[in-house]
Design a protein around this ligand. Structure first.
Ligand code: FES
Length: 79
């Protein structure tokens, strides 16, 4: 089962060419990155893998309500 980390997103810096596996279940101790916890805590979830095409800052959802998971889509403002 998904778990809410916080009610606001967290900023994360991505570096061009790196592969990131973002947590989508909320159970990772390395949030916003996946540590494999979903396998036991939320088997319906999978990490969301992204290769950064450029150096950039992203906002990662921590509320669990975003339709653009793992990234924030502003939905937390309605919670
Ligand atoms: S933190 Fe979840 S939608 Fe923004």
């Amino acid at each position: 089962m998904k778990k809410q980390i916080a009610k606001n997103p967290i900023e994360f810096e991505m570096e061009a060419g790196n592969l990131y596996a973002f947590c989508t279940c909320g159970h990772s101790a390395k949030h916003p990155l996946c540590d494999g916890s979903h396998k036991e805590q939320a088997p319906e979830c999978k990490s969301h893998k992204v290769v950064a095409e450029e150096d950039k800052s992203v906002w990662v959802c921590q509320c669990g309500a975003s339709d653009n998971s793992p990234f924030c889509d502003g939905r937390h403002k309605q919670l």
